[in-house]
Design a protein around this ligand. Structure first.
Ligand code: ZN
Length: 267
């Protein structure tokens, strides 16, 4: 990425305008799960592995290379369905595959997730080495460094799906709710946690204070806000979305049952 110049609009929060473009992908329950791609059986004889240049497709016949955004979504959600059903395949973790991807990476999806220790994208989507480009930060917020990382994964590595993934009972969102209500933790004094909360605050403030499950509504809205900011903040990514070459979606992870579902955008 060195040498690139970035002209990003800071905090371009256009939830309303961008929300329609983000779309609610094919995440309906039971959809695209059973026919999701399965890992190919291992060959009996060792394959000859040639290192691939970083920018070229890996020549190992992996179906993820060059996936259409809809197919990337189906592959991702198929993995979540396996995880939820306790049928995870733990694919792409063997030494042979590690050697294959050592020559170059072509992740099919980019996940912006919270740093929460219970929300590990490779596990909850049953994916392995080289499958996902994962960017993690508490509260799954977007700043310039985060957005640059996401842009890199799409422009240089060929990812065709970007998912902003919030999660149930997110501590960063809860801390923001408490801070805005004047009940911030004393232990957070003299930390940078306030700066993080400032990025989450617009989503929290968009949820009515009397909403039945305000934290969960704010979690979903915060993920939608992140997806909208990615769309608004990056001209190259926006162009790809409008051309149908990229999907940017917002989702919510359920800590209890492990299911990923579309993030509801209404407060
Ligand atoms: Zn969290």
């Amino acid at each position: 990425m060195r040498g690139h110049r970035f002209h990003l609009s800071r905090r371009g929060l256009i939830l309303g305008a961008a929300a329609g473009l983000l779309g609610a992908p094919a995440l309906a329950e039971g959809d695209a799960h059973d026919d999701a791609p399965r890992p190919a059986p291992r060959p009996k004889a060792p394959r000859k592995i040639a290192p691939a240049p970083a920018a070229a497709p890996i020549s190992h016949g992996d179906p993820a290379v060059g996936l259409a955004p809809e197919d990337a979504m189906a592959r991702l959600m198929g993995g979540n369905a396996r995880y939820v059903a306790d049928k995870a395949t733990h694919l792409h973790l063997d030494p042979e595959y590690r050697r294959i991807v050592a020559g170059g990476q072509r992740p099919f999806a980019t996940i912006l997730a919270c740093a929460d220790s219970r929300v590990a994208p490779e596990l909850i989507f049953d994916q392995g080495l080289g499958d996902l480009f994962v960017v993690r930060v508490a509260g799954n917020v977007v700043d310039d460094a985060i957005l640059a990382s996401i842009e890199y994964s799409v422009i240089h590595l060929g990812s065709t799906l970007v998912m902003a993934l919030g999660h149930e009972r997110c501590g960063a969102v809860k801390a923001t709710i408490d801070a805005l209500a004047g009940h911030g933790s004393e232990e957070d004094r003299d930390t940078k946690i306030g700066a993080l909360a400032a990025l989450i605050a617009p989503a929290v403030q968009a949820v009515p204070t009397n909403a039945p499950d305000r934290l969960d509504a704010a979690v979903s809205l915060n993920a939608a806000q992140a997806a909208a900011e990615i769309f608004a903040g990056s001209k190259p990514l926006r162009s790809r979305v409008l051309a149908g070459k990229l999907k940017i979606v917002a989702a919510r992870y359920d800590l209890d049952d492990g299911r990923v579902s579309p993030a509801k955008r209404e407060g």
